[in-house]
Design a protein around this ligand. Sequence first.
Ligand code: TRP
Length: 382
Amino acid sequence: MAKGKIILTGDRPTGRLHIGHYVGSLRRRVELQNSGEYDKIFIMIADAQALTDNADNPEKVRQNIIEVALDYLSAGLDPEKSNLFIQSQISELTELTFFYNNLVTVQRLQRNPTVKQEIQLRGFNDDEAADNKAGIPVGFFCYPISQAADITAFKATTVPVGDDQLPMIEQTREIVRRFNATYAPVLVEPSALLPEGDACMRLPGTDGKAKMSKSLGNCIYLSDTSEAVREKIRGMYTDPGHLQVSDPGKVEGNTVFTYLDAFCKPEHFEKFASCFVGKKVSFSFASLDEMKAQYRAGGLGDVMCKNFLYEVLEDTLAPIRERRHKFEQDIPYVYEVLRKGSEAAREVAAQTLAEVKRAMKINYFDPGVLDELIAEQSEKYR
Ligand code: TRP
């Protein structure tokens, strides 16, 4: 250990976590946590960031903090190894943000592709008068700067995120370079750690749309019941041209296969071989490639594929669901984890903030500094 590698990452608590979060980041975090490669791991529930576009709905954010915490714990994040905390409880983060604000231009923020895209998505319009839509909240516009504070407060070297967050990491790196060059080399330049495999980069919704999103109603949640998972898979988008079982089918853009790419392991073919035993036809596959080849050739029906996907997904989801039920029965424990985690996180952030203030020479009343300051100014006026 002691390789100086530190992780920070997090999620906005605006809803329960879904399997897109799981393959995009959560699964990886658990692996990283258990790898023993990292000195410290900070996992943050970004409630303050969630409020940047939910100012009028703090109750939604408050309710979802516990949902996200339950999802974290049931997915395998272990408070003994990972420091789970709530962003708004670390007031040092807002102070850092305030200083970093001076190192970023409005133009640079306007160029941030994620901000651009999210402004579109939320229907924020910068021409308020034109169509009476709400303008862009300043806090929302500036959240990349606050995210830089999240990352740098913990001197994170590694930020495991989905590719939509790359512009945030890039912006953070710029702030770090600018700060270190202007004041003193205090901050650490982080790197993003992206998920492996195309399917995990961005899992499509069950309707085949580009992204899982609560508002589109196309998510499979980690906390869904097995019945709900079965129903959602039953209605899933496949290949619209695959009308007859005997027709050749397309695997590309077929959501069932995209999900299999993200979740299927070689051993699943033996474990769930019975899924491919039908009344009329039966198959025996040794790998996903073999299954895909058969689908492309024709003869392999969507129902079989979906039944198999259900088993594959449940292989991951059932243990998570079981653990969640246990944690749901122990809510005091969950809040205790968050409280303790926030306390510990705050100590680390306070240490960085002290170094930042020292580098900026705004630590007037630190021990020793005041004496020097008095001496210097007295000399000036002598
Ligand atoms: N922006 C991230 C999201 O929308 C959440 C987040 C906030 C975050 N601060 C962070 C992620 C710092 C990584 C590092 O999911």
